[in-house]
Ligand binder design. Structure first.
Ligand code: NAD
Length: 438
């Protein structure tokens, strides 16, 4: 199959590289020239474990190429995937579909012969109908089948997720698309990944419902963590106790500083808006959005409380900036609100992240200082806060860390340490949801 992917970000580039690895011939297109130049020079514009290797091997095999111009690649393609961003629209929280619609217009001018146009971007219910309409308006002769094919990969584990998905969802309104999409995913189908063919609108909603459910699960355990602190219970044991129930399952039950990232915040908000507009408000999701928004700033107050109620003039070291480990993505990362909250309370902040510092700089207060590793970051700090659970923070040399600090407060917003191991180094440990410790 010849595949063209428009938008070569976290989703487009990973999808393109993996499709090429399946044996398809793929062109990844992006309007950002610096990204395409970097890719052509063998440099990855994003950090994703394993991506550089799979891109390099498929470029070398002649199955993967990059372009800023979609005309040629679209005219040759059997399938064109749309994988551009769909951020929250400024002002009202609806998904901003301008990139998707721009691409639909561009595609329609260049398609030749029967072509499947598959939307991989996360888009609200009904967007496929609109994409279909745009293409037919611009080019009434275009022979296209517009399908919805939402992506479920997680940054940080994207290649594994793409190659071994729990399921593939394809929403369509043209039986010819079923044959083409089956061929596209045949290598996964052989590996027994279930492929669900459904209507376009159902498929679009599957993606939002899945993300909203996961966001709700995280938010639920975060509120249970707060309750644990007030009633003398331990949230990790509650999580284990409920997660062993197969109907609930153990995943997404780790208390933390609130969900962030490029998907959950914008997708929950967009779903809330769709539901309100459709006269079927999703009150659980509305509550999830509100609770999560407040939680990030509340984490700054938790740090201040752990420091005795005042942080003016104190130095606070923050370990981990990205919204989760193994990515450089800073979009909606809890660290942004937490650090702002600490600076607003008068603290000086020093930060370290293994991959995210470049992306963090434009988003964080200009007074934040950046350190070259965790120990330099902690040196001279009155308090240390773990915000993102990178592996390298799970096995810190605690004696070295404690020896370099001026103060003795360690706040672990990911519950990756046990209080005994911290406290025997003379540090005071605060985590989430451990009412037994207070
Ligand atoms: P991204 O911002 O990393 O990448 C989007 C790319 O599209 C950018 O490189 C941008 O330059 C390019 N682009 C925008 N308009 C273009 C145009 N007209 N022509 C060519 N290129 C254009 O975004 P992402 O994280 O890859 O997300 C893409 C979509 O996938 C979003 O809808 C998102 O919700 C969804 N999604 C993301 C993830 C994730 O983990 N990041 C997971 C599942 C689904």
């Amino acid at each position: 199959m010849r595949i063209t992917i428009i938008g070569s970000g976290y989703v487009g580039l990973v999808s393109g590289a993996c499709f090429a690895d399946f044996g398809h011939v793929v062109t990844c297109v992006d309007k950002a020239e610096h990204k395409i130049e970097a890719l052509r020079a063998g440099r990855m514009p994003i950090y994703e474990p394993g991506l550089a290797e799979i891109v390099a091997s498929n470029v070398q095999a002649g199955r993967l190429s990059f372009s800023t111009d979609l005309a040629g690649p679209v005219s040759e393609a059997d399938v064109v995937f749309i994988a551009v961003g769909t951020p929250s629209r400024r002002g009202d929280g609806h998904a901003d579909l301008s990139h998707v619609f721009d691409v639909a217009r561009d595609i329609s001018r260049h398609v030749r012969g029967f072509t499947v146009v598959a939307t991989k971007s996360t888009v609200p219910v009904g967007t496929g109908d609109e994409v279909d309409y745009i293409i037919r308006m611009v080019n009434p002769n275009a022979d296209v089948a517009v399908v919805s094919n939402p992506e479920f990969l997680r940054e940080g584990a994207a290649i594994e997720d793409f190659k071994r998905p729990d399921r593939i969802v394809v929403g369509h309104a043209d039986p010819r698309a079923v044959e083409v999409m089956t061929e596209v995913y045949r290598p996964l189908y052989l590996n027994a990944a279930p492929i669900l063919f459904t209507s376009r609108r159902t498929s679009e909603l599957v993606k939002y419902a899945a993300n909203a459910f996961l966001a709700l699960k995280i938010t639920f355990i975060n509120e249970i963590a707060d309750l644990c602190e007030n009633v003398g219970a331990n949230v990790q044991e509650v999580s284990r106790g409920i997660g062993l129930d197969k109907r609930i399952g153990p995943k997404f039950l780790n208390a933390g500083p609130g969900y962030g990232g490029s998907c959950f915040p914008k997708d929950t908000l967009a779903l809330v808006k769709t539901a309100q507009d459709s006269n079927a408000p999703l009150r659980l999701v509305e509550a999830t959005v509100a609770v999560n928004d407040q939680r990030k700033r509340a984490m700054a107050r938790k740090v201040v409380a752990a420091c005795g109620g005042r942080v003016r003039g104190r130095t606070i070291a923050v370990l981990g900036l990205t919204f989760k480990p193994n990515t450089d993505d800073m979009r909606e990362a809890p660290a942004i609100s937490i650090i702002q909250g600490l600076i607003d309370a008068g603290a000086r902040v020093t930060a370290y992240d293994p991959q995210g510092m470049e992306q963090a700089r434009p988003l964080l207060d200009p007074h934040v200082a950046y350190a070259e590793d965790a120990y330099v970051c902690a040196h001279g700090a009155d308090a240390l806060v773990i915000v993102t659970e990178w592996d390298q923070f799970r096995a810190l040399d605690l004696d070295r860390l404690a020896a370099g600090m001026t103060g003795n407060v360690l706040v672990d917003l990911r519950n990756i340490y046990r209080s005994e191991e911290i406290e025997k180094r003379g540090l005071r440990y605060t985590c989430l949801g451990d009412g037994l410790a207070t």
